[in-house]
Design a protein around this ligand. Structure first.
Ligand code: 3PY
Length: 251
């Protein structure tokens, strides 16, 4: 059975103090609400990981938003998977479109990051998605398929089983534009079919595929009602505890 997941992506927001306050607020709301079987994750900047892990209970897991493509050594400014693991975090968001486009993250680099994440007992939330021009040129299915194949299909079925996928159409990130519920379902179903072809029905049916890109309390219900949408990777709306809860309770 695949898991329902709502993961926040705080991006580069919040001082350490602000982040701890927000994490406490989210944790409190999650603890007092009957959220049934939804896995809640908060993806914080690196500086928050240790402190946020101290203030959340076992209903909230913590994710880093990136990791280095090396384990240790002379890589000034980088944070490695073993370092993330030592903070008590469980997940690493990898391949977000902002990292792909602003920091030149290629599928080749992502293969190294995925491998290091898994080797260090962390679970990747692997982001994929097309830019507007690719959708307009009707290349969106090919783009997403090749991001998955080049970034992840070197994995054994066992390791692939640890991956959470997040489909984030780049044209919907930070723009206020959301993919329609039908567009999201169409792509998620395509992704699942791609996984069936590579790993078979069981692995494909057990993989959580999240939708990301301007997901908010007002549209989450409709998006999550789709058969192949297993939750969301949430940007701006994860920065306010009430909004984030509005999405967590939208299933
Ligand atoms: C967004 O919702 O804007 C995101 O990029 C989530 O990762």
């Amino acid at each position: 059975m695949r898991r329902k997941i709502v993961a926040g992506n705080w991006k580069m927001n919040n001082t350490l103090e602000e982040g701890v306050v927000l994490a406490k607020e989210i944790n409190e709301l999650v603890e007092k609400t009957d959220i049934k079987d939804v896995n809640v994750i908060i993806g914080t900047p690196f500086i928050h990981l240790t402190e946020v892990n101290k203030v959340v209970g076992d209903k909230v897991a913590v994710a880093a938003q990136n990791c280095a493509d090396q384990t240790s050594g002379a890589y000034t400014g980088e944070i490695s998977a073993p370092m993330i693991q030592s903070t008590g975090s469980k997940y690493v968001i990898l391949g977000h479109s902002e990292r792909r486009s602003y920091y030149g993250e290629t599928n080749e680099i992502l293969v190294k990051k995925v491998n290091l994440t898994l080797e260090n007992n962390l679970l990747p939330i692997f982001c994929i998605g097309e830019v507007l021009e690719e959708r307009q040129a009707e290349k969106h299915f090919d783009v997403v398929k090749s991001q998955i194949a080049e970034g992840l299909f070197h994995l054994s079925a066992d390791d692939f089983g640890k991956i959470v996928l997040a489909y984030e159409p780049v044209w919907a990130i930070g723009t206020g534009v959301t993919a329609s519920s039908a567009q999201a379902q169409e792509m998620h179903a395509f992704i699942r079919k791609t996984l069936v072809e590579q790993y078979g029905e069981e692995v494909a049916n057990n993989t959580s595929i999240l939708y990301g890109g301007s997901c908010k309390p007002s549209n989450a219900k409709e998006l999550f009602a789709n058969a192949d949408v297993d939750g969301g990777l949430i940007g701006g709306a994860s920065l306010k505890a009430e909004d984030f809860m509005g999405i967590i309770t939208a299933f």
